[in-house]
Design a protein around this ligand. Structure first.
Ligand code: F6P
Length: 365
């Protein structure tokens, strides 16, 4: 097997609590193996533009509890469809060979990509072009297949759950319906976990298209029981039966341009139109779910993922992603992880448990 002397790492896609703990764990493990590490700046953009920094013990010291990424990231840039402006005109071109030439010129023996499904799709294409790649599953959305959990997800759930605790007290004081819109793209994991943890009355997720009559009936039933407030968690990807997902905006320069958002407002307006004697308020939690310190669970998981990624690299397990199964960390093919988005199963034990404690999913179950 070829001797590994120097590797690159990058953080791609939206940032996520725990990125720095992964960077630290990879770098420290690499250094223990006698391998040098460089980090590309701003994700795949830095790889194409050859912008990087050396990662040594000093650079990665004391960062595992910090949010964001010391390397910077981007959820717009794909070397296979790289956005530039030439003579004033926007264009996309394939700069993957330029990225590979940069890695060769730097003498890199491969690349660790810390990212969600978008970044791991790009990583897989580099792997097909012969680059030695290992992936680390990152995303607050928890929507990657082939792993039980991505790092950052539990911190986002923690933030959303704390927001629900706060909304609860003000909802109760004012006898209001409070709607909280959370992130998660096309999967309802954050809404489901935070909703159960925060004692929501209704949870709306993309996997169970909702019926407004069911939501109204849950709220009015609570009023009849003397509970004159309700808490509703809405995943940004939730949609009504026979309706459409709500798109906040399109990022023209991005290879994945759709940004979701706005369904919380729509749900609040619909409730207000049906129950005009009840006040409804909406909170959009937004990027608070991505920022700030990782909770201890994510610091530990990120550390385990980082160490395992470097171990997989040294063992020559290229084209793989480290994954958590039960309590074991193993390397699985990246293709397994990206073949489809992992979604909430409507008949799963967790959804049944939520229903058992009275949570409604906007359906006439
Ligand atoms: O994938 C992470 C995520 O935070 C999604 O939950 C959300 O839909 C999206 O990124 C937001 O992207 P941006 O930071 O470009 O607004």
């Amino acid at each position: 097997m070829k001797e590994i002397r120097q590797i690159g790492i990058l953080t791609g896609g939206g940032d996520c609590p725990g990125l720095n703990a992964v960077i630290r764990a990879i770098s420290k493990t690499a250094i223990n193996y006698g391998v040098e590490v460089i980090g590309f700046i701003d994700g795949f953009k830095g790889l194409v533009e050859n912008r990087y920094m050396q990662l040594d013990l000093r650079t990665v010291s004391g960062i595992s509890h910090t949010g964001g990424t010391i390397l910077g990231t981007s959820n717009r840039d794909n070397p296979f469809q790289f956005f530039t402006i030439s003579d004033g005109a926007p264009q996309h071109s394939d700069e993957s060979d330029r990225a590979i030439a940069n890695m060769e010129h730097l003498g890199l023996d491969g690349l660790v990509v810390i990212g969600g499904d978008g970044s791991l799709n790009i990583a897989d294409r580099f792997s097909e072009k012969g680059v030695a790649i290992v992936g680390v599953p990152k995303t607050i959305d928890n929507d990657l297949s082939a792993t039980d959990v991505t790092f950052g997800f539990n911190t986002a759930v923690n933030t959303a759950s704390e927001a629900l605790d706060r909304l609860h007290t003000t909802a109760e004081s004012h006898h209001r319906v409070m709607v909280l819109e959370v992130m998660g793209r096309y999967a309802g994991w954050i809404a489901l976990h935070a909703g159960i943890s925060g004692g929501a009355d209704v949870i709306l997720i993309p996997e169970i298209p909702y019926n407004m009559d069911a939501v109204i009936s849950k709220i009015t039933q609570r009023y009849r029981q003397g509970k004159n407030f309700s808490i509703i968690v809405v995943a940004e990807g939730a949609l009504p039966e026979h309706g459409e997902i709500v798109i906040r905006n399109l990022v023209a320069t991005s290879h994945d341009p759709i940004r979701l958002g706005g369904i919380g407002q729509k749900v609040a307006e619909d409730i207000g139109n049906h129950l005009n004697n009840i006040e409804v308020r909406v909170t959009v939690l937004g990027h608070l779910q991505r920022g700030g310190s990782p909770i201890p669970y994510d610091r530990i998981l990120s550390t385990r993922y980082g160490v395992a990624a470097m171990d997989a690299f040294m063992a020559g397990q290229f084209g793989t992603m480290v994954s958590l199964r039960g309590d074991m960390i193993a390397a699985v093919p990246i293709k397994e992880a990206i073949k489809e988005i992992r979604k909430v199963q409507p008949e799963s034990e967790m959804v049944r448990a939520a229903r058992a404690v009275g949570i409604n999913f906007g359906d006439l179950y």
